[in-house]
Design a protein around this ligand. Structure first.
Ligand code: RIB
Length: 311
């Protein structure tokens, strides 16, 4: 493909309020955190930003509140060159927010208050159809109503557009509704919730992937944190290893993976190569604090990738 991939994200936008802490309070206890970070987040927005930073042309379809955060979120998309024709403000509801707690190992705990994200309806996908119809790939997650996700997947299938679904946050779903999905990309926890099977080891992940493929999903990528990812499809399953990095904050790493993978695949890379590069892109995002602000631009990523090939 000579032009950049065109990616449409139908998904969430939040503001992340991240507190770093050495331990967590018990009920009734007050304690001091070590550091605070305020930034733009939301799984949909993060994936859109990662794809844009990797070089894709990105259209975002989302809802934000008519509050302090709404206009700033739209401005953040615009400053990054993401199309916001279908990012609208909604009255009488807050923007999505996410209080996040990060422990000294970089592991996070997140509470999402969906707010305006819950107002993104199937009709909003239809309204964006002229722009979404020009995309090579639609990317979706579970921080918006499920019927909107299913509607967007049907839209993608009907137009012959590649679809990638990150089923996060994990929730039980009717897998039959995903029969036309091209890529399901859960992490271990989400794979467990959807399949009802454990996903602690690579063998567990293989069994989860087999169950999902048997249900009719075309391809499954289970992200495994520092261990990389399991890629499974008609040609079988293979482990694509991760890269060694010094993690300080893992928030948004899964989103970094999805945005990068969608872009690399859209550029025409083979699946396993796209997964490997996305593994590095996601890993590098964990070496910096924050969500979107931890994502590398393409030039910085390409330099890191090249350096890792010669080691
Ligand atoms: O995946 C990380 C994201 O989850 C955060 O940005 C937060 O907003 C929640 O959506």
């Amino acid at each position: 493909m000579t032009r950049p991939p065109r990616i449409g994200v139908v998904g969430s936008a939040n503001v992340d309020l991240t507190t770093f802490t050495d331990s967590f309070p018990r009920p009734g206890e007050t304690m001091f955190g070590t550091r605070f970070d305020l930034g733009f987040g939301g799984k949909g927005a993060n994936q859109a930003v990662a794809a844009r930073l990797c070089g894709a042309e990105v259209t975002m379809v989302a809802r934000v509140g008519h509050d302090l955060f709404g206009p700033a979120t739209i401005q953040n998309f615009e400053s990054r060159g993401i199309r916001t024709d279908h990012v609208r403000m909604v009255d009488n509801v807050s923007s999505g927010v996410a209080p996040i707690f990060v422990d000294p190992s970089g592991q996070n705990r997140i509470i999402v208050v969906k707010g305006a994200n819950d107002c993104l309806r199937p009709a909003d996908v239809d309204a964006a159809a002229p722009l979404l119809g020009e995309c090579d790939c639609l990317v979706l997650q579970f921080e918006i109503p499920l019927d909107t996700v299913y509607h967007a997947l049907e839209f993608a299938h009907g137009r012959g557009i590649r679809s990638i679904l990150n089923p996060a946050p994990g929730r039980p779903i009717d897998v039959a509704r995903l029969a036309h999905l091209d890529y399901l990309v859960p992490n271990e926890t989400e794979a467990e919730i959807i399949t009802g099977l454990p996903a602690h080891t690579l063998d567990d992940a293989r069994r989860c992937a087999e169950r999902l493929l048997a249900a009719g999903i075309q391809r499954v990528i289970i992200t495994l944190g520092a261990n990389g990812a399991l890629l499974a499809g008609p040609a079988g399953a293979r482990h694509v290893p991760g890269f060694e990095v010094a993690t300080v904050d893992s928030t948004g790493a899964g989103d970094a993976f999805i945005g990068a993978f969608a872009t690399f695949l859209g550029e025409g890379l083979a699946e396993a190569e796209a997964v490997s590069r996305a593994n590095l892109y996601a890993g590098l995002s964990t070496t910096r604090v924050g969500t979107q602000k931890s994502f590398l631009d393409r030039a910085a990523f390409d330099a890191e990738w090249a350096a890792r090939q010669t080691r």
